[in-house]
Design a protein around this ligand. Structure first.
Ligand code: FAD
Ligand code: SF4
Ligand code: SF4
Length: 914
């Protein structure tokens, strides 16, 4: 058996939650590595009758990615992704994130068709199995319509590649009953004109309720009909092993505006003309939506100026060429000149302004989520009607909010497709709460289905949430067909039971997830899962969402508090890098690392020693230098292999004991004495001081001084820097007070030296980011290494011979500083091709944590390492902006990562040419 299986309590509990309102605790969690593993698992379940649920990123909103059976986690493997036919096709496995697929396609000017708002986090398996869609893709570019072929596996292990010419013969041979049954259903549907018409009309608008019955009309051969049925089947018909997408154009030019209207009628009347004029996105925001975000910073005037009763449309045109863009701009202006707007339309092509508009739209759901009262669940519903009925639908839903007592509710959505989302905050503590939700949902179902012939789920999938309403929406006959299909393909009912079809009319109000009040970070979390892919510990212990989920589980299951807490010490607390990468992508801005630092602080005691060391930091500095010197000296005497194995062996017996490896540099000699005149102060970070000297005996400090010299600047090391630190070494251990002491002192000293005129370069981006966040206002022009190179070096010195291709690792500090783009542009001046691996995130080194928990670094960079391995052709160098991270990357990837300054030094080896 090659797959890993875990029945450990916390492994089961951490997967008991997805982004929906349901909670089911799996019996076991399995991580298959290959399709053969999945086959073995399916056969095993077929024999024992146990049921299983596939899970990709677990961002589903309707309860289809949780189970009380076996949870099959696909997120760690199934990562192959290959571009074919010059970007027109993408062959991809289910564990690849949608954002990663698009990053791979970007240089071809292509992307995948489905565009859920969750695309950076969700994975191909879930995108296809939910038939997810978004702002632009409409009904034409979803997975159903853009999949060229796929490989799937049935519950009995039969494996079909729809691209193979003999796919149908294989199905007939391997699964004769299924083949025959699908052919019979096809013939029955096709000879029933009323049913054929019904199916066609249901898919004129977005619809993910029930099975994709249109497959019986769009394909002829049973093997290919089944292939199409897999799309939107939510893991209830088989395993999707691989998909080949026909990609779509990714237009570079965008023209965007937010249009404010007096009321919903005016806004809805503008939708058709805008769509007919070619608008790619038309997003509606009702007045409650606009009011929910007016308080945020940098809100566009059209939103800030909204009044009660108003409505807005965010409209975007896209074009592939500049001339098409200019035509679209003219069209947009002419069109909006005739619309009854509350303020004149302002169309923009500025990416920064466009991003601020989309931030508003995408921030709607999180902003309601973040503001919700503690103990309530945020419910995000997803309905569609023919666009002509949109204004009436919105009014009817508003009336339903009033009837059922939902005051903080908002409506927004993809107006051009008649698809809206509404968000309500619901308490599920008492039977009355549950009944309130039940009555509301029944009312909504009646409005959408009976009054407007719409879909109760346009994009989020049926899940558990809509099972009682599938028959109401589709009618008894079509519902019967769906049940026959399920029983035919999965006769033992082992695939995700309770999802899409369920005989229990109360299924949607069972297994509701309790949301107890725990602490400020946890209470705000909406469990969307957007933070998981950036977290360095995601493959070794927990993701940020799972850290939060287990905090909730302690309260949900008080009897399990002891075992949860014991496991949490290592899984939750020790192996969090506290790098705050999660905060950079969390829609409600939660920094799980802060929560973990607080928990470390609670565990760490009074911190008297730490405060002493913060005040006398030169003791820490000297001790660390001595330790490094001894380690290097011992390695010289008995061999680096011996020291590495010895420290690794102790670490495996005593978790947390620091390991050593040969790629950690030697201490950098820091001279004393105060130079009289300088143009730039260099503040070597701890890592640079204690291990910043490379094998060739040059240090990062030398590199920066040399580059400054080439640029005609006098640079010198900050006097007394051995007493200075950004404080991370303390804060990451939960000693914020000690961290503030040393960081504040450092900044005070730097202010004096800088005297408001002389810039100070902190030579590690993480430390520059930390010290800025840690300290109060100081009059220091503090620069991280990227800004130093961009501002003071590159404008002045000439590049002699650019390299061909380099790889960059921006890291967490650069992400916090928002300097990734600048780092890329520096590298792009020094090399013709710059590669930033799409899976590159924090390396997990987190100061010295990666030495205490090397498994954290190993897992954090495993995906990136595979990506680098897959790069075709030679690479001239690997560069980062933090000495300790570079050492860790070197050790764990086998590639020599160096400071970005080394790249600039390498391509400017010539005297200044000004
Ligand atoms: C804030 C937020 C915004 C969202 N916005 C959108 C949106 O705009 N549009 C939209 O459509 N959705 C949206 N979603 C819902 C969700 O993100 C998408 O439907 C997404 O495609 C689910 O992908 P996933 O990787 O998380 O799948 P999961 O949730 O892990 O799984 C989804 C389903 O697919 C099945 N599955 C997964 N892999 C396989 C496989 N290999 N074989 C068979 N079955 C499989 C699972 O069993 C499950 O039933 C949003 C969610 C959140 C939290
Ligand atoms: S921490 Fe933020 S990103 Fe992560 S699950 Fe919670 S709300 Fe979503
Ligand atoms: S701080 Fe870093 S390691 Fe900790 S949960 Fe957030 S992303 Fe993961």
């Amino acid at each position: 058996m090659a797959y890993t299986i875990s029945e450990r309590l916390t492994d089961r509990l951490k997967f008991a939650h997805d982004a929906s309102l349901y909670r089911l605790v799996p019996r076991a969690v399995v991580q298959p590595r290959s399709a053969d593993d999945v086959r073995e698992l399916l056969l095993q379940c077929g024999r024992t009758g146990q049921h299983l649920t596939f899970r990709a990123a677990g961002t589903s909103l309707s309860g289809q990615a949780v189970t009380d059976g076996i949870l099959v986690d696909l997120s760690q493997h199934f990562k192959r992704c290959a571009v074919e036919d010059d970007g027109r096709l993408l062959r991809v496995e289910p564990g690849v994130r949608g954002g990663m697929a698009n990053a791979v396609l970007r240089s071809y000017g292509r992307k995948i068709g489905p565009d859920p708002a969750s695309i950076m986090a969700c994975m191909i398996g879930g995108i296809v199995a939910n038939n997810a869609s978004g702002m632009c893709c409409g009904t034409e570019q979803n997975s159903y319509h853009t999949i060229d072929s796929l490989t799937y596996m049935l519950a009995d292990g039969t494996r079909i590649r729809t691209a193979d010419p003999d796919a149908d013969a294989v199905l007939r041979k391997e699964a004769a009953t299924v083949h025959e049954g699908i052919a019979a259903l096809r013939d029955e549907i096709r000879t029933d004109t009323a049913m054929t018409d019904r199916i066609r009309s249901k898919y004129r608008i977005k619809n993910t309720v029930g099975y994709s019955l249109n497959a019986f009309l769009d394909e002829d051969e049973p093997a290919r009909i089944l292939g199409r049925l897999m799309v939107g089947s939510e893991g209830t018909l088989g395993f999707i092993e691989e998909v080949v997408f026909r990609t779509v154009a990714d237009p570079r030019h965008k023209i965007t505006s937010i249009l404010l209207f007096a009321d919903l009628d005016d806004a809805c009347a503008a939708i058709t003309p805008l769509r007919d004029a070619g608008a790619a996105a038309v997003e509606l925001m009702d007045d409650a939506s606009l009011f929910s975000i007016r308080r945020l910073a940098d809100v566009p005037d059209a939103v800030r100026g909204a009044e009660r009763g108003n409505a807005a449309l965010l409209v975007e045109f896209m074009a592939e060429t500049e001339s098409e863009a200019s035509t679209s701009m003219t069209t947009a202006r002419e069109l909006t000149a005739n619309l009854p707007l509350r303020r004149p339309a302002e169309w923009t092509t500025d990416p920064a302004i466009q991003a601020s508009y989309w931030k508003v739209r995408k921030g709607l759901m999180p902003s309601i989520g973040a503001m919700r009262p503690a103990g309530t669940t945020m419910i995000n519903e997803d309905i569609a009607v023919p666009p002509i009925h949109l204004a009436d639908l919105v009014r009817a839903v508003h009336a339903a909010f009033d009837r059922h007592g939902y005051r903080e509710a908002i409506i927004f959505g993809h107006a051009k497709d008649g698809n809206i989302h509404f968000v309500v905050n619901q308490r599920f503590e008492t039977a009355d709460d549950v009944n309130q939700y039940r009555r509301f949902m029944e009312d909504i179902a009646r409005i959408v289905v009976n009054d407007y012939g719409g879909s109760l789920k346009a994009e989020h999938g049926t899940g558990r949430n809509m099972t009682p309403f599938v028959e109401m929406e589709w009618g008894t006959q079509a519902y019967g067909l769906m049940w026959r299909l399920k029983k035919l393909v999965d006769p033992r009912h082992i695939l995700n039971p309770g999802v899409i079809l369920d005989t229990d009319a109360d299924a949607y109000v069972r297994n509701i997830k309790p949301v107890p009040s725990v602490d400020p970070e946890t209470d705000r979390c909406i469990e969307c899962g957007f933070c998981e892919h950036v977290c360095p510990s995601r493959e070794v212990t927990l993701t940020p969402r799972q850290r939060i989920v287990l905090r909730r589980e302690e309260v949900i299951e008080p009897a399990l508090r002891g075992p949860i807490r014991r496991a949490y010490r290592y899984d939750g607390i020790d192996t969090c890098a506290t790098d705050g990468m999660c905060a950079t992508v969390c829609p409600v801005g939660i920094d799980t690392g802060s929560m973990i630092k607080r928990l470390r602080g609670e565990r760490a005691g009074s911190g008297i020693t730490m405060r002493f060391l913060a005040r006398n930091f030169d003791i820490v500095d000297a001790a660390s230098r001595i330790a490094q010197t001894i380690a290097h000296g011992t390695a010289a005497a008995i061999g680096a292999d011996a020291v590495e194995s010895m420290t690794a062996a102790i670490n495996s017996d005593y978790r947390g004991f620091p390991t050593w490896h040969r790629h950690l540099g030697r201490p950098t000699p820091i001279g004393s004495g105060e130079p009289t005149t300088v143009d730039i102060w260099l503040m070597p970070a701890c890592g640079s001081r204690w291990m910043g000297t490379r094998e060739d005996r040059t240090s990062l400090v030398d590199l920066h001084i040399e580059l400054a010299r080439r640029a005609g600047l006098r640079a010198a090391v900050v006097p007394g820097c051995t007493t200075m630190c950004c404080g991370q070494v303390f804060s990451s251990r939960g000693h914020d007070d000690a961290a503030s002491i040393v960081a504040e002192r450092t900044m005070e000293r730097l202010s004096v030296l800088s005297d408001g005129r002389i810039p100070v370069v902190v030579d590690a981006s993480t430390c520059a980011a930390t010290i800025e966040g840690m300290t109060s206002e100081h009059d220091v022009d503090l620069l991280d290494p990227i800004r130093f190179l961009a501002t003071y070096i590159l404008p002045t010195i000439a590049i002699t011979e650019p390299l061909d291709r380099v790889v960059l690792h921006p890291g967490c500090g650069t992400a916090h500083l928002g300097a990734g783009g600048l780092m890329r542009s520096i590298a792009a001046r020094c090399a013709r091709n710059v590669v930033i691996p799409t899976s590159s995130t924090c390396c997990g080194m987190a100061g010295d944590r990666g030495l205490h928990y090397p498994e954290l670094v190993k897992s954090a960079i495993a995906e990136m390492s595979r990506e680098i391995d897959a790069i075709d052709g030679g690479i001239d160098g690997y560069y980062g902006v933090n000495v300790t991270c570079e050492a860790a990357l070197h050790h764990h990837t086998g590639r020599h990562f160096e400071p970005l300054a080394a790249l600039v030094e390498r391509v400017t080896r010539q005297e200044r040419n000004t």
